[in-house]
Design a protein around this ligand. Structure first.
Ligand code: MEV
Length: 318
């Protein structure tokens, strides 16, 4: 494999592939059926499946996962439960497979890795079994996996993992989502704090505060909704001054609903000091990653974040 230097046993099998995601505007509000704006992280996850003797096994070397998959038993990795659900839904729970996953994005960093794992594994089974599942079926099954992992997902992660296109998305209109056509790759830097953010807990925390401050939170979510809609136009038109401001304001709202951390604040600050037009936490927060919009300044922003000890996950410059 690419990262271990040893050829994986089933490297010759065709790979199922899936994208990760970077939310530019609208995380958390998305759970309340507001608009969310996201772009794909290409080449995030590859999975290979082949028949095995004995019992099924899941390996994700980059994450240190190597576990048996036993129907009806929860593994210590959430990905094991995902595999068990996929095998059950595809009616192969009684058969045995080696499932090998090449993960090129980190887990629990707000980048949609869990949904991408689900989609890549579904596609790998699809290739192995010759079902020729369509994207809608794959997306729907991955959404079931997300529910298992996260409780009340909006479905944005499985949408990006399946279709790999920039989108303005809402939960209730998911099936009618149309990709946004971009004239160029936006100049983004994605950096991880190295601290795990647990989406399920973050979403549950927001739900608790929502329940006791409903009017206040509804106002905030409506504001975020408008940012996402306006931001999709700015993204399409490569109007980065406007999009950057909207990202900064959105980060303020995410801080207000208590999903930021001192570390994320520090990273956002470093990005802005070094020329980012916009910088915000991305995904569920509580750890995880930031995204910065930095036309002409991606190198400076990435170098400053790296110097401060943070990992650069993706990088593109204008
Ligand atoms: C996670 O990628 C984004 C959240 O809005 C949760 C969701 O939409 O399912 C925090």
């Amino acid at each position: 494999g690419r990262t271990t230097g040893t050829k994986a046993e089933n490297q010759d099998e065709p790979a199922g592939r899936a994208c990760g995601k970077v939310i530019l505007l609208g995380e958390h509000a998305a759970v309340y059926d507001k608009h969310v704006l996201a772009v794909p992280l290409p080449e995030a996850i590859e999975a290979r499946v082949r028949p095995a003797d004995g019992r099924s096994r899941l390996r994700i070397p980059a994450w240190g996962v190597d576990e048996p998959v036993v129907p009806g038993r929860r593994g210590s990795s959430a990905a094991v439960a995902t595999v068990a659900l996929i095998m059950r839904e595809l009616h192969v729970a009684e058969r045995h497979y080696d499932i090998e996953v090449d993960a090129r994005i980190p887990a629990a960093m707000g980048l949609g890795a869990s949904a991408a794992i689900a989609v890549a594994i579904i596609r790998a089974f699809d290739l192995q079994l010759g079902f020729r599942l369509d994207n809608r079926t794959i997306d729907t099954l991955a959404f079931e996996c997300e529910k298992l992992a996260h409780g009340t997902p909006s479905g944005i992660d499985n949408n990006l993992a399946t279709y790999g296109e920039p989108v303005l998305y809402t939960r209730s209109t998911a099936s009618r989502t149309k990709p946004i056509q971009l004239s160029e790759v936006p100049p983004l830097v994605v950096a991880s704090s190295g601290k795990r953010g647990v989406t399920k807990d973050m979403v549950a925390g927001v739900a608790k505060r929502y329940a006791s401050n409903q009017t206040l939170y509804d106002t905030i979510f409506s504001e975020i909704d408008e940012l996402s809609v306006a931001g999709s136009v700015a993204l399409r038109d490569a109007d980065y001054e406007s999009l950057g401001s909207m990202m900064n304001v959105c980060h303020g709202f995410l801080n207000a609903i208590e999903v930021s951390t001192p570390e994320l604040e520090k990273m956002v600050h470093i990005a802005r000091l070094n020329g980012a037009l916009g910088a915000k936490l991305t995904g569920a927060g509580g750890g995880g990653s930031i995204v910065a919009l930095c036309p002409g300044r991606s190198h400076d922003v990435a170098a400053a974040l790296k110097k401060a000890g943070y990992a650069i996950i993706r990088f593109s410059d204008s």
